[in-house]
Design a protein around this ligand. Structure first.
Ligand SMILES: Nc1ncnc2c1ncn2[C@@H]1O[C@H](COP(=O)(O)OP(=O)(O)O)[C@@H](O)[C@H]1O
Ligand SMILES: [Mg+2]
Length: 358
């Protein structure tokens, strides 16, 4: 899917901005604080409903306004079908969603047809920070390639939240355990989906790192969120006293971890900051390659301020790989950029005013 028209109203300093992007590379240039990242945040919101910088809608709404509104036109290049979608989010927390003129309740059908991958500054946080970012990373890929993933995830979230509420309320054992069957069934499915996905991602990543001639090898290892060698049902039964003590469910896919190591040592302990950044970009790229290979769906790529993250040679390698995916790409930079053999559509922004050209 590619975006052919984007309309933004009331998001950060973008009071009213529109663009008709090219199907390939698009570059948005402007001074610091001009609104470049905000345009990328808007595109990210169109796909998943929230920004890559925050999940708090109040931060995104232009100060003094009550809501932001986004609309887009998309083209499925393979089928030549056009779609339209729209999103309005209010300060009071309500959200309105439309897909092809019909109101919808969940954004999942839009996310499904409009995969967006954000490559952002502070990329090394994926390696340095806690496991939740790495779970989201795995889930991004798994959601887009495993048909049953989203349904299992919904059932799991609901059963987990109900079970945790029962634990918080100190409810009788029978009430807490009444959620176990659903939790184990959906949790076991999620575990298998993520595990399979990690295996595929590992081989794509290994090949990619080889072709990029990086000096390090990387092993990805998925840990379920319970002890090795037993299934989730047994782990949940064994954890009951702990769940009571901490008043929350202490085992399951919500406690899973993606271990990233190189030669048997955790990447965060052994790789330099620069190597970590390059590795994170390669990991995202491997997801894009895998998505393209499995589903033939190119995701839209948002690349915020790449020159601040990687040196010229590294960013050249990354952009060269992205160019091979035939994806629609949105880059931001304070300076105009050029790419070998790849035309770039230019946009410039100043004080939230977006226009075509430099
Ligand atoms: N809720 C908001 N309302 C109005 N302006 C905002 C809001 N949030 C951020 N801004 C402003 O929007 C501008 C654009 O930020 P950003 O997109 O990060 O700029 P850039 O990426 O070009 O450096 C900044 O000047 C920031 O102060
Ligand atoms: Mg920025």
């Amino acid at each position: 899917m590619i975006l052919t028209q984007i309309d933004i109203r009331g998001l950060r300093n973008l009071r009213e901005a529109s663009l008709s992007p090219a199907p390939g590379f698009n570059l948005i240039t402007g001074a610091n604080g001009a609104g470049k990242s905000s345009v990328l945040e808007a595109i990210h919101c169109l796909s998943v409903g929230h920004s890559f910088r925050t999940r708090k809608v109040r931060e995104l709404i232009t100060r003094g306004e009550d809501e932001f509104t986004l609309a887009c036109q998309m083209l499925d290049v393979a089928s030549e079908q056009t779609h339209r979608s729209g999103l309005r989010r209010h300060r009071d927390g309500t959200t309105e969603l439309r897909l092809d003129y019909e109101e919808i309740r969940s954004i999942a059908p839009i996310t499904q047809i409009l995969p967006v991958k954000a490559l952002t500054p502070d990329s090394h946080a994926l390696i340095q920070d806690g496991p939740s970012g790495r779970r989201s990373f795995i889930d991004w890929g798994t959601f887009h390639v495993e048909q049953g993933f989203f349904d299992a995830w919904k059932v799991y979230r609901r059963a987990l939240s109900q079970r945790n509420q029962s634990l918080k309320d100190n409810a009788p054992d029978s009430e807490v355990n009444s959620w176990d069957e659903q939790l184990v069934s959906a949790g076991t499915q999620l575990d298998a989906f993520r595990r399979n996905y990690t295996v595929s991602l590992q081989s794509t990543l290994t090949e990619l790192l080889r072709s990029m001639e990086t000096v390090f090898h990387v092993e990805l290892s998925y840990r379920s969120g319970w002890s090795d060698g037993i299934d989730m049902a047994e782990a949940l039964a064994k954890s009951f006293q702990n769940c009571r003590r901490f008043r929350t469910t202490t085992v399951g896919p919500h406690r899973a971890e993606l271990q990233i190591s190189t030669d048997g040592v955790l990447a965060r302990q052994i790789l330099s900051r620069g190597q970590q950044k390059l590795l994170v970009y390669a990991m995202h790229l491997a997801q894009l390659i895998l998505l393209h290979t499995i589903t033939n769906k190119p995701a839209i790529v948002l690349c915020d301020d790449l020159p601040s993250e990687l040196d010229r040679e590294q960013s050249g390698k990354i952009l060269g790989q992205i160019a091979q995916l035939n994806s629609q790409v949105f880059l931001t930079s304070t300076e105009p950029q050029s790419l070998e053999n790849t035309p770039i559509e230019m946009f410039s922004i100043a004080g939230g005013e977006l226009r075509k050209g430099v």
